[in-house]
Design a protein around this ligand. Structure first.
Ligand code: 5GP
Length: 190
């Protein structure tokens, strides 16, 4: 295994409640930076129709996920809304050794684990402009059944409360372009 203490690249952790627009922001940020790697997580969550295996996530079974934990292949992992999500270690380590900026779009529990490994990680939390806007975006996305959507909304409140402790940078996603500009600025100046 590479010695990640001697790493060169910058690690950026992006979190925020479901439906806040993290994925879109991260995709736009990637287009604006050179030498950047956006980590693709593994998850046991079922794939939605719009998602592509290997692009949005690697969709795997619980057994496969457990095997990856046992083999130490995950940099961090957490259970979020009843499903497991984790960051594959090898690709991230390769990218940091290659001096790339690595973006991890992960939840607050995983962010704490990743921060323990990369103490100087740039921590960005994306906030919705209002609770109403978040509900509208979740409904518009239409991926969840009503009970799952409610779980995600309740989760949002506790994530936002925890975020004040763990994240140096808070970015409000009211206007996508502005939120992307802010994230790029934070990353470039960190
Ligand atoms: P979703 O199901 O909406 O795609 O993701 C649900 C939550 O899981 C989001 O907060 C997302 O940031 C988080 N998540 C996605 N990938 C990972 C990961 O690899 N590790 C952790 N800890 N959380 C993740």
């Amino acid at each position: 295994m590479n010695d990640i203490k001697n790493r060169k690249g910058k690690v950026v952790i992006v979190s925020g409640p479901s439906g806040v627009g993290k994925s879109t922001i991260c995709e736009e940020v990637v287009k604006r930076l050179n030498d950047v790697y956006l980590s693709i997580s593994v998850t046991t969550r079922p794939r939605s129709k719009a998602e592509v295996d290997g692009e949005d996530y690697w969709f795997i079974s619980e057994q496969e996920f457990q095997e990856r934990i046992d083999k130490g292949l995950l940099l961090e992992y957490a259970e979020v809304f009843g499903h497991l999500y984790g960051t594959p270690r090898d690709k991230v380590e390769e990218a940091v050794q290659a001096d790339k900026t690595v973006i991890l779009e992960i939840d607050v529990q995983g962010a704490k684990q990743a921060k323990a490994i990369f103490p100087d990680a740039v921590m960005i939390f994306i906030l919705p402009p209002t609770e109403k806007a978040l509900i509208e975006r979740m409904n518009h996305r239409g991926r969840d059944a009503a009970d799952a959507a409610e779980k995600r909304l309740n989760g949002a409140s506790s994530e936002i409360a925890a975020a004040w402790q763990h994240y140096k940078h808070m970015v409000i996603n009211e206007d996508l372009q502005q939120a992307v500009d802010e994230c790029v600025q934070i990353i470039e100046s960190s």
